[in-house]
Design a protein around this ligand. Structure first.
Ligand SMILES: [Zn+2]
Length: 671
C-alpha cells in the first residue's frame, strides 16, 4: 500500500520514536527489549520511507545515527560558557587540603559533595535548543573547540531529542560529558587494524578523538563510541536546579547517560572512601578511568567559591597512582607490515612493572614518537593501568644523541616511502616487491583465520623466500617435496604434512581466500560479506565500486581499496595462478545445519584456544543462533575463554549463564 504524505509523516514519527526508545533502552539503560534484527528492520523501514518522502526527513531522525560523509574539515566553535579543566590532587592529603580551602571559602565546617569516576575520554559540549540536539563540540582549549555534531549524532546514547514532557524542556541546555570507547571495543578495533595492517591507536582516548574527527561519520558509527554526561554549561528556561545531584537526576529524565557509580556524599569521609574504593577496583571498570572528580553539591556554594583563570575552585580531580617503572630505551626499530605500513617499536632494558616484565613496547605510530620525543638511550617512564598493555608515558632522562627521525627509506628493502594522510598519518613502503611485505603477506595468507595452512609459519616462510622458491602468494601451490627437503629442519614427514596442508587449503571458501589476499581495509568480516553477496570470484571481478558500497557494513574506504586491488594487473595474474593451481573460488551458500540454537544469543569474551572467534561465531549462526556484542539480561550464553574481559563480570552480575570453550563445543556438537 502506498502511503500519502500525511500517513507517511505519522509513520515516520512513530518509527523514529520507537527506534530512539530502543536506543535509550540499549545504550543508556543497558536493558534492551528487542533483538538486534528487529531493531535493524525498524531502521531500514524508516530509511526507506525517508527516501520515498525526502521532504519529511529530519536532521534529528534516528536514520542520522548511521552517519554521513561531510566534505570539509570541522568548523571551530566558540564556547559560550568556558569549559574549565580541573586541578589535580595526587594523594588523600592533598585532597584534604582542597577540602579545607573549600570549607574556608564557604565559611562553614562542612559541605555536601558529589563524586564521580573520571573517564579518560574526550570532553564534549552538547547543545539542545527547544529540546533538540543542535550542536556538539569538542573542548579544544576550553574557549574554542571543534564542531563534531555529525560524528556525535552517531553516538547512540546521546539523545537527538530530549525525553519526557515537552513543556518541561529548557529553552536552551548545554550539557558537558565525556565521549569514550570501552576496552573491549578498543581491543577489537586495534586487532582489526592490525589484521588490516593499519597503524594502531595508542589508547582508547586517541581512538575516540580520531573517530570524532573523521569526515565520514559512517565509520564513526561503526566505532561504537559511548558517552557519560557529567555537568552543564548553560541552562535557560525549564525547571531550575539547585544542586549537582539534581542535575544528574534531571539529566537522566531527559534521557542522558549518567554514570551509575556517581554518589552523593554527606560527609568527606564518604568522598575518601569512594576514591580508595575505585582506586582498588580500577581494573574491573570496562573503560579507562584515571581518577575521581569531586564537586561541591550546591550550585549556590559553587558560585560563591568561583573559579581561577584555569579551573573552578568548587571541583577537583583525585588522580589514581599508576603502576610505573623507569627503564632505558635500547633501540627503536621500525617494523614493516604486509601492506608496507611502518610501525615504530621500542626495545627496552627489561624491567618489572605491575607483575610482568616489559622488554618491548609498541610506539604505535610516528605521531606518538614525536609527541613523546623519545630517542635511543633515553630513560623513560613505563606504566600499566588496570589490565591495559604497558605503555611509555614520558621521557624522564634525556640521553645525548640524535633524535629519532622517520626513516626516509624502507628499513627492510631500501625502497621509497610514501606518507599517507588518512585518519592519522601513516608511512608505507611503496616497493611492491619489498621482501618483508611479501613475508608478512605469506604469513597472513597461511594464518588460522585465513587459508589455515598448518606448518607454514614464519620460520618456513622466511626460508622459502630466502631460497627464492616463492615469489608471490600463489607459488606455494606449486611447491614440491624436494623444495621443502632443502629447508632447515624439514624431514620427509614434515614436508609430507605441509604439502598435504597446502593442498587441503585449496578447498577453503572464497571468503577465506579474499581475506587471505590481505587487501588493505578488508578484514575477515568484510571479506565474508563480499563473498556471500557475490558468490564467486568471477562475479567479484565484474563488480563495480558502488556494488561493494551497497553492502551494509562495507564502507567507502573498503570499497575503494577492494576496487583498487582488483584493478591491478598483478592481482589478475595472481588470481590466474590460483585458478591454475585449483584453488576454490566459490562461496558456499550459508545454510542452517540445524535450528537447535534458534533465538539464542551468544557473547564471546576472552581468548578461545581451539577456535577463532569467527569460527565460533559461524557455528552459532549455522545453528540458527545470534552473536551479539554487549551483555544484557536477554543474552543466553556467555562463552568465556582465557582472560575474559568486562563482559564476564557483567554477565555474572546479571546472572547470565556462563560456559567455557569445552561446554560450548559440546553444545554445538550434541545431536
Ligand atoms: Zn620495503
Amino acid at each position: 500500500m502506498k502511503l500519502n504524505q500525511e500517513q507517511a509523516r505519522k509513520e515516520i514519527q512513530k518509527l523514529s520514536q520507537e527506534i530512539e526508545e530502543h536506543n535509550y533502552r540499549y545504550y543508556v539503560l543497558a536493558q534492551p527489549t528487542v533483538a538486534d534484527k528487529e531493531y535493524d528492520s525498524l531502521l531500514e523501514k524508516l530509511i526507506k520511507l525517508e527516501k520515498e518522502f525526502p521532504e519529511l526527513k529530519d536532521i534529528n531522525s534516528p536514520s542520522q545515527r548511521v552517519g554521513t560523509k561531510v566534505e570539509t574539515a570541522a568548523n571551530t566553535v566558540t564556547h559560550k560558557a568556558k569549559m574549565y579543566s580541573l586541578d589535580n590532587t595526587y594523594s588523600i592529603d592533598e585532597l584534604q587540603e582542597w577540602r579545607e580551602r573549600v570549607e574556608k571559602g564557604l565559611g562553614q565546617g562542612s559541605a555536601e559533595y558529589v563524586v564521580e569516576l573520571k573517564i579518560d575520554g574526550v570532553s564534549a559540549a552538547l547543545t539542545y535548543e527547544q529540546g533538540y540536539f543542535v550542536l556538539g563540540a569538542t573542548r579544544g582549549d576550553g574557549l574554542v573547540g571543534e564542531d563534531v555534531t555529525h560524528a556525535l549524532r552517531t553516538v547512540r546514547s546521546i539523545p537527538l531529542k530530549l525525553k519526557g514532557d515537552e513543556t518541561s524542556w529548557p529553552r536552551l541546555l548545554e550539557v558537558r560529558g565525556e565521549i569514550y570507547m570501552n576496552h573491549e571495543e578498543f581491543a577489537a578495533l586495534n586487532k582489526e587494524r592490525k589484521a588490516n595492517d593499519e597503524i594502531l591507536f595508542a589508547n582508547p582516548r586517541n581512538a575516540t578523538s580520531g573517530s570524532l574527527k573523521l569526515l565520514d561519520s559512517r565509520i564513526t558509527a561503526q566505532r561504537k563510541l559511548h558517552c557519560f554526561v557529567h555537568s552543564f554549561g548553560r541552562l535557560e528556561g525549564g525547571e531550575g536546579i539547585r544542586t549537582q545531584w539534581e542535575f544528574f537526576n534531571k539529566a537522566k529524565q531527559y534521557g542522558f547517560p549518567v554514570n551509575a557509580t556517581s554518589r552523593l556524599c554527606k560527609s568527606f569521609k564518604e568522598v575518601v572512601d569512594f576514591c580508595l574504593e575505585f582506586q582498588e577496583k580500577r581494573g574491573t571498570v570496562p573503560y579507562d578511568i584515571d581518577g575521581v572528580v569531586i564537586k561541591v553539591n550546591f550550585l549556590a556554594q559553587q558560585q560563591k567559591l568561583g573559579a581561577t583563570l584555569k579551573s573552578p575552585r568548587w571541583a577537583v580531580a583525585y588522580k589514581f597512582p599508576a603502576q610505573q617503572a623507569t627503564t632505558r630505551i635500547l633501540d627503536i626499530l621500525v617494523q614493516v607490515g604486509r601492506t608496507g605500513v611502518l610501525t615504530p617499536v621500542a626495545e627496552l632494558d627489561p624491567v618489572g612493572c605491575g607483575g610482568v616484565t616489559i622488554s618491548r613496547s609498541t610506539l604505535h605510530n610516528f605521531d606518538e614518537v614525536k609527541r613523546l620525543g623519545v630517542k635511543v638511550g633515553d630513560r623513560v617512564l613505563v606504566e600499566r593501568a588496570g589490565d591495559v598493555i604497558p605503555k611509555i608515558v614520558k621521557v624522564v632522562e634525556v640521553a645525548r644523541g640524535k633524535p629519532f627521525s622517520i626513516p626516509k627509506k624502507c628499513p627492510e628493502c631500501g625502497g621509497g616511502i610514501m606518507k599517507e594522510n588518512t585518519e592519522d598519518v601513516a608511512y608505507r613502503c611503496i616497493n611492491p616487491s619489498c621482501p618483508k611485505q611479501l613475508e608478512r603477506r605469506l604469513v597472513h595468507f597461511a594464518s588460522r583465520g585465513a587459508m589455515d595452512i598448518e606448518g607454514l609459519g614464519e620460520a618456513a616462510v622466511v626460508q622459502l623466500l630466502a631460497k627464492r622458491f616463492v615469489k608471490d602468494l600463489a607459488d606455494i601451490y606449486f611447491l614440491k617435496r624436494e623444495h621443502f627437503l632443502k629447508l632447515e629442519l624439514f624431514k620427509d614427514k614434515k614436508a609430507h604434512n605441509l604439502i598435504a596442508a597446502i593442498a587441503e587449503s585449496k578447498k577453503q571458501p572464497l571468503s577465506r581466500l579474499l581475506f587471505a589476499l590481505g587487501v588493505v581495509n578488508i578484514g575477515e568480516k568484510a571479506a565474508s560479506l563480499v563473498a556471500q553477496r557475490f558468490g564467486t570470484m568471477e562475479n567479484i571481478l565484474k563488480a563495480k565500486r558502488a556494488d561493494f558500497e551497497a553492502i551494509h557494513e562495507v564502507g567507502s574506504a573498503m570499497a575503494q581499496s577492494l576496487t583498487d586491488f582488483l584493478g591491478q594487473a598483478s592481482t589478475k595474474k595472481l588470481l590466474q595462478k590460483f585458478k591454475k593451481a585449483g584453488v576454490n573460488m566459490r562461496e558456499p551458500k550459508q545454510q542452517l545445519i540445524s535450528d537447535k540454537l534458534v533465538g539464542k544469543k551468544f557473547i564471546f569474551t576472552g581468548e578461545l584456544s581451539r577456535l577463532t572467534r569467527s569460527q565460533a561465531g559461524s557455528f552459532v549462526k549455522k545453528l540458527g543462533g545470534e552473536v551479539v556484542s554487549s551483555v544484557s539480561k536477554n543474552t543466553d550464553f556467555v562463552v568465556a575463554g582465557e582472560n575474559p574481559g568486562s563482559k564476564y563480570e557483567k554477565a555474572r552480575s546479571l546472572g547470565v549463564k556462563i560456559i567455557d570453550e569445552k561446554q560450548f563445543e559440546e553444545m554445538i556438537h550434541e545431536k
